[in-house]
Design a protein around this ligand. Structure first.
Ligand code: GLV
Ligand code: GLV
Length: 328
């Protein structure tokens, strides 16, 4: 039995494959595989473990319908044609829960850095621009007692809300399709309409999946409904915001600032004007990037792939419907 892995991943996951007697092939080049290279490698494998942004589309799945699992080293699965995988009986695994706190920490960090213009001040020092004290120059905003609006309150959004409540006694609003009873009970979070979230939040933090409904949802119109002192934070997927509209909203002071761990496109061009604005903090998609979290992701992704190879149910499966349609 064989697994193909599209990146070098932590030993904690590789060990599980070895213990299960599964042969590992890892892609070690520092570039994304072409679709054809991915197909060629998967033809030799029983399961695919994919990290990075490989597109698992219908054409790929058709070529590789023999795969017993596609295991994502990620929680998000917008790069996968899930209905097609389900139709072909291929279970898709992902890594929820284990990365929730680390990702929420990056949202929290971006919120604070934006509010205090920390990345900008760091750049000032690097540029030799640490001049005399000016009480009015480049000042930030307080977060104490402000209102956080969580767009998509799942596990990551919950952790962000908990940190904001604990550190700054922020009031928590959220917009979700379903109610989150735990957040309402433990954090006194209040479910509101999307319009209310936009109008009432001092910080809006995006933690939703990228879907047809959320694509481009934060745009000229919706930024226009936010408070002029609002900070927009996105650690979910860059395509949920329109980046040209975001730049315009910041330049015209429609909103106050933005903290992004995800951009549109990725990578962001180094000359992007957003990077020069004092009220903007950008990170290169490092939400889950801690030693502990990446180890835990490797373990869970390996467990998903191994279960697939053994014809067992994946511990964290995106498309459980596959078990209803599949004859065992
Ligand atoms: C990262 O973006 C993930 O989906 O885990
Ligand atoms: C996924 O987006 C989550 O909130 O866990």
């Amino acid at each position: 039995m064989k697994v193909f892995i599209t990146r070098i991943i932590p030993e904690a996951g590789l060990r599980l494959f070895r213990e299960a007697g599964i042969e590992i092939t890892q892609w070690e080049e520092k570039r994304e595989l072409t679709q054809q290279e991915l197909i060629d490698h998967c033809k030799q494998a029983d399961a695919l473990l994919t990290a990075g942004r490989s597109t698992i589309n219908a054409a790929f799945l058709k070529e590789c319908s023999h795969l017993k699992a596609v295991s994502l080293f990620a929680v998000g699965y917008d790069n996968v044609d899930v209905p097609e995988a389900t139709r072909l009986g291929i279970p898709i695994g992902h890594t929820p829960d284990v990365l929730s706190k680390a990702t929420a920490d990056i949202a929290f960090l971006l919120m604070q850095n934006t509010a205090r213009k920390a990345f900008f001040h760091h750049k000032r020092i690097l540029n030799g621009d640490w001049n005399f004290f000016e009480p009015m120059a480049n000042i930030g905003l307080d977060l104490q007692g402000k209102t956080l609006g969580v767009f998509g309150l799942g596990k990551i959004g919950f952790e962000m809300a908990k940190s904001c409540k604990g550190a700054f006694e922020m009031d928590i609003l959220y917009h979700n399709r379903s109610q989150n009873a735990e957040a309402e009970e433990k954090l006194q979070a209040k479910k509101v309409s999307f319009e209310e979230l936009l109008a009432q939040s001092d910080v809006i933090s995006v933690h939703a999946n990228l879907t047809e409904e959320t694509k481009g949802l934060f745009n000229k119109e919706t930024f226009g409904k936010m408070k002029p002192n609002a900070i927009f934070v996105n650690t979910a997927r860059g395509a949920i915001h329109n980046e040209e509209d975001l730049l315009e909203a910041l330049q015209q002071k429609t909103i106050w600032g933005a903290g992004l761990d995800v951009t549109n496109p990725e990578p962001m061009d180094k000359d992007n004007v957003l990077l020069s604005l004092p009220n903007v903090a950008v990170l290169p998609h490092i939400g889950s990037s801690t030693e502990e979290t990446r180890n835990n992701m490797a373990i869970l992704a390996a467990k998903n792939a191994i279960a697939g190879i053994r014809n067992e149910r994946l511990p964290k499966v995106v498309n459980p419907e596959v078990y209803e349609s599949k004859k065992s």
